[in-house]
Design a protein around this ligand. Sequence first.
Ligand SMILES: Cc1cc2nc3c(=O)[nH]c(=O)nc-3n(C[C@H](O)[C@H](O)[C@H](O)COP(=O)(O)OP(=O)(O)OC[C@H]3O[C@@H](n4cnc5c(N)ncnc54)[C@H](O)[C@@H]3O)c2cc1C
Length: 264
Amino acid sequence: MCIKQVPGVSEVKIDPNTNTLVREGVLSIINPNDRNAIELALMLKEKHKLEVIALSMGPPQAEEILREVLAMGVDKGVLLTDRAFAGADTLATSHTLSLAIKKILKESNSEEKYLIICGAQAIDGDTGQVPPELAEELGIPQITYVLNIELSEDKIVAERKFRATEIVIIETQLPALISVLNDINKPRYPSIAGIMKAYEKARLTYLDSNTLNADKSKIGLNGSMTEVRKIFIPKRRVNPIMLVGSNEEVVQKLCQHLKEDKIF
Ligand SMILES: Cc1cc2nc3c(=O)[nH]c(=O)nc-3n(C[C@H](O)[C@H](O)[C@H](O)COP(=O)(O)OP(=O)(O)OC[C@H]3O[C@@H](n4cnc5c(N)ncnc54)[C@H](O)[C@@H]3O)c2cc1C
């Protein structure tokens, strides 16, 4: 399961010189969509007696989100942290995650049957590219935007959101990767006992570029094929109109404006 630490604010600040997020002084949280990935993994663990491993690439403080998921019931946390990973775009991020996954699988002899669960999108980068790229790196099938899943011995059957209103049912063999939408479930809260256990007993593993035997030209800024030229908040072009009155009056005025603006 892949989880990302993101800023816990609705409006992020951008450093105009470096075009990167200003993270100082900003509360960090688990990417909301990844909470659904965790909940799904824990539900599957309860039903099928699986081992659940959470993986995150980020700065050392991303350890906090791994502790939080250990408290929720995840078995192990793995943090990929190294200055050499910094500045990664989605390609370098998914390559690095794939190296760690291959290492974990090799060490646990579970290379044949595994399921990677990701959130569909992170609220900061918001590209939704990491899950498909990760599946490609691992050479396994992927089902994105999943709303429901049935796991059996060696295959999954998933309901996937398609366009706005349609659902497609897809079956694939394991190993596979899925990315989940936030409608799939309601994430649980950590229990007090879980929190105690996460801080006292559970172990986190830390992996850096050397442990992963990473090719330095494929990670971090060096491995990033894309470059952010400029990030800016678009200027508002029209002045907002306040509609006042009873509900009926406001609806009538709104319809009038929409007609005038040829929106309908
Ligand atoms: C062109 C470009 C340049 C960038 N340059 C920089 C930069 O210089 N410095 C910088 O800090 N960031 C940079 N970023 C942001 C960085 O690439 C993203 O934070 C990262 O690749 C994840 O992409 P995303 O946020 O769009 O995730 P999405 O693809 O939207 O995430 C979907 C899911 O993938 C998984 N996932 C994503 N990221 C991680 C992770 N790190 N660990 C574990 N699981 C994960 C999670 O399950 C998540 O829910 C750049 C992004 C782009 C597009």
